[in-house]
Design a protein around this ligand. Structure first.
Ligand SMILES: *[C@@H]1O[C@H](CO)[C@@H](O)[C@H](O)[C@H]1NC(C)=O
Ligand SMILES: *[C@@H]1O[C@H](CO)[C@@H](O)[C@H](O)[C@H]1NC(C)=O
Ligand SMILES: *[C@@H]1O[C@H](CO)[C@@H](O)[C@H](O)[C@H]1NC(C)=O
Ligand SMILES: *[C@@H]1O[C@H](CO)[C@@H](O)[C@H](O)[C@H]1NC(C)=O
Ligand SMILES: *[C@@H]1O[C@H](CO)[C@@H](O)[C@H](O)[C@H]1NC(C)=O
Ligand SMILES: *[C@@H]1O[C@H](CO)[C@@H](O)[C@H](O)[C@H]1NC(C)=O
Ligand SMILES: *[C@@H]1O[C@H](CO)[C@@H](O)[C@H](O)[C@H]1NC(C)=O
Ligand SMILES: *[C@@H]1O[C@H](CO)[C@@H](O)[C@H](O)[C@H]1NC(C)=O
Ligand SMILES: *[C@@H]1O[C@H](CO)[C@@H](O)[C@H](O)[C@H]1NC(C)=O
Ligand SMILES: *[C@@H]1O[C@H](CO)[C@@H](O)[C@H](O)[C@H]1NC(C)=O
Length: 603
């Protein structure tokens, strides 16, 4: 088989099957630029961004920094990731906070792409690219990677970036990417959120503004609170074991279907007193819009030529020796070609540049793992179809000497799903409702004493997908709610730690398709209303994020190319922690930022 044959076989995995009004919403290519109405003007490249909060380090000079990679991702499709020697910070560099900076620029026509950054198979960042314009675009992603301290401190590692791109006569966009690491000294770091750009003195006065010093006990505690990124990485792990695949196809596992279980054997140190599995997840191909996939029976009965089916419930499952120990319904990140690409310029969708990772505390399960034997960690996608990119990092915290770990009790059932599908020709209703209650209890005896770790988790999932008007109108209403609690008590029953995590991912999507004025074209009116709400409550601390986006717009499409259109995107970002608040409201109308107001005042 030659390369060309391979490509024809493989392309449908990446590119959407051309749109059919009666199939699920596809992935579009924004093939015109809103500001390119005038060819004589050479407009400067535009900066794209994801709405997020500043890092506590944003306004300070790093103690040292290292540029690790500078690469042009042209035709990289089917190639292994670009791999270079990782350069650790010099030993003379005193740092306690590390930030990964991913800078990219691109010009021309190109699909959005998924990308990952690894150090020796440990994933540090999952990101996606924006669709470029003729005038060019650029963006920067900054991520606190202090939790990976044990690996970024060392030399003798390699850094890999996977970004599969296709460049030909039609798709001209080459992604230029730089990856660097910025290392900050703890004494320079100011309390998070005190560094809001444009922050006025009056704003500052309303807030606890603490310049952290390393002297004195009280300040030390503050420094710890600033640097500790709270549970579960209050202290970076001593060791990180990648639960990932071979380098050739990128370290991520390509999960093709619901029976595809990807496994990795690990043998962990008997000194381990705490273990957290951090999952990285993205969904593509027929499952890029898994939350809008109707039942298989609907696709079959209507003889539709699409693979986007198998219902709208998906969950990433984690097993130890085949026993289910954790599950995650991922936040539905919409890439920049999704639903209506005009929504995502120049502000991208929630999580598109920094896809969330998901933590599963395996400490109560240490009894199953720490017998100095090899155990199989499995990753799979419940109800999944092609394809998912999933891998994980196993963070381990080690004591000076051997630890005794027992798993006293666990119950992690599979989610019970109630499904109701009814349809008549192209119209129908697909309802899903699922719930799961899990618990686990473990005992860990280490130099910290004999600690009892109890974990409970309640997860609720609801989805209603409606197709009307001969399938030209689609409406989704999805709710994911999760409530977990971890308590740690000592031998005397005294509470050492109590943490509660509350997560809500509401998503509403409306798509209405009608005939366009020209043959072969259609008009699509779309709305997306989405929220990411995550709250962590500790005994003394809390961290609450509410991020929402509200988008509406209309576009003229031909196949999966967008010919023209207009769109609005309104985002509200609210964050509050023990130090203060940060909020930012961004309004984008027709591709122009008409409002962008940040404030550090607590309401
Ligand atoms: C195109 O450029 C010309 C000359 O600079 C200007 O007069 C005209 O308004 C521009 N048109 C658009 C659509 O921006
Ligand atoms: C780094 O910190 C150590 C101890 O805090 C100190 O002795 C040393 O001088 C510092 N080095 C630099 C380059 O600041
Ligand atoms: C990458 O770094 C090089 C050298 O510092 C610079 O010339 C180039 O503009 C950078 N590219 C991006 C996308 O930041
Ligand atoms: C670097 O890695 C190689 C191969 O894994 C190993 O043989 C060598 O000892 C390592 N060197 C250091 C300094 O860790
Ligand atoms: C599921 O995917 C695996 C891995 O690609 C493949 O070997 C297997 O045949 C698939 N099973 C089904 C039922 O399609
Ligand atoms: C753990 O297993 C390794 C080999 O896998 C062995 O060398 C080591 O002695 C074992 N440790 C204990 C405490 O049994
Ligand atoms: C909460 O704060 C109190 C008083 O400052 C302290 O004694 C206690 O250890 C803290 N608890 C936790 C879990 O951090
Ligand atoms: C799309 O919305 C516009 C108004 O914003 C309306 O005129 C048009 O009929 C709508 N088209 C469809 C297919 O719903
Ligand atoms: C976050 O949103 C929820 C509803 O989604 C609301 O009940 C809560 O008050 C909000 N919290 C903040 C801090 O805005
Ligand atoms: C979005 O909805 C608002 C309110 O209904 C409307 O004013 C605006 O014109 C719509 N925007 C687009 C691009 O359709």
């Amino acid at each position: 088989m030659n390369i060309a044959d391979l490509l024809i076989l493989l392309l449908p995995l990446y590119f959407a099957i051309p749109i059919q009004s009666s199939s699920s919403p596809p992935h579009f290519l924004k093939s015109f630029t809103q500001n390119s109405g005038n060819e004589t003007i050479n407009v400067a490249p535009q900066e794209y961004f994801e709405v997020t909060r500043p890092l506590p380090t944003d306004a300070i000079t790093p103690a040292c920094s290292v540029n690790v990679l500078d690469y042009n991702f042209g035709y990289t499709y089917g190639s292994p990731p670009v791999t270079v020697d990782y350069i650790p910070p010099p030993v003379t560099c005193n740092w306690s906070l590390a930030v990964l900076e991913f800078r990219a620029e691109c010009k021309g026509e190109q699909y959005d792409r998924i990308a990952g950054v690894w150090i020796d198979g440990v994933e540090l960042l999952r990101t996606s690219t924006a669709q470029p314009t003729e005038d060019g675009i650029f963006w920067t992603v900054r991520k606190d990677v202090t939790r990976y301290a044990s690996i970024i401190r060392q030399d003798n590692h390699t850094l890999s970036v996977m970004l599969e791109n296709i460049v030909n006569d039609e798709f001209t966009g080459v992604y230029h990417v730089n990856v660097s690491f910025l290392f900050y000294s703890g004494k320079d770091v100011r309390v998070p959120l005190s560094v809001v750009s444009g922050d006025s003195e009056t704003h500052r006065l309303n807030r606890k503004l603490i310049s952290v010093k390393t002297h004195g006990n009280e300040d030390k505690i503050e420094l710890d609170r600033v640097l500790n990124l709270l549970y579960p990485y209050d202290k970076p792990a001593d060791l990180i074991i990648p639960i990932s695949g071979a380098i050739d196809e990128g370290f991520w596992f390509r999960i093709q279907n619901e029976t595809d279980v990807q496994r990795k054997n690990v043998q962990i140190s008997q000194k381990t007193y705490k273990a957290v599995l951090e999952l990285y997840v993205s969904f593509h191909g027929d499952d890029e819009f898994w939350y809008m996939n109707p039942s298989d029976s609907y696709i079959e009965a209507n003889h539709l030529a699409t693979g986007r089916a198998h219902g709208a419930y998906r969950e990433v499952l984690v097993t130890i020796d085949g026993i289910l120990v954790g599950a995650v319904i991922p936040f539905p990140v919409i890439f920049t070609g999704g639903i209506n690409p005009l929504f995502w310029e120049p502000v991208v969708s929630i999580g598109a540049f920094d896809l969330p990772s998901y933590d599963i505390d395996l400490t109560p399960f240490l009894g199953l793992l720490s017998d100095n034997k090899s155990h199989s960690i499995g990753l799979q996608v419940a109800d999944g179809i092609s394809f998912w990119l999933v891998d994980a990092n196993l963070h381990l915290w080690l004591d000076h000497s051997n630890v005794k770990a027992e798993t006293l009790k666990y119950k992690v059932p599979s989610m019970e799903i109630e499904r109701q599908n009814q349809f008549k020709r192209l119209d129908g209703e697909f309802e899903l409702e699922g719930e799961r209650e899990s618990e686990a209890k473990g005992l860990v005896t280490s130099s910290f004493g004999k600690l009892k770790i109890e974990y409970t988790d309640k997860m609720k999932f609801k989805s209603k997908l409606k197709f009307q008007d001969q399938g030209t109108r689609k409406r989704l209403n999805q709710r994911v709610n999760r409530n977990s609690r971890i308590t740690i008590t000592d031998e005397n029953g005294e509470l050492i730690q109590s943490l509660q995590v509350k997560i809500k991912y509401p998503l509403n999507i409306n798509i209405k398709t009608g005939p366009g004025s020209d043959p072969d074209t259609s008009i699509m009116n779309t709305t997306v209303v989405q929220g990411r709400s995550e709250a962590f409550y500790d005994v003394n601390d809390s961290r609450v994020l509410n991020h929402s986006q509200n988008c509406n717009g209309s576009m003229v499409i031909k196949g999966n190319a967008v010919l023209s259109g207009t769109a609005d995107n309104h985002q509200i970002y609210d964050y509050k922690d023990g130090f203060g608040c940060y909020s930012r409201n961004v309004d984008v109308v027709g591709g122009h930022v008409v409002g962008d107001v940040a404030s550090a005042v607590c309401a």
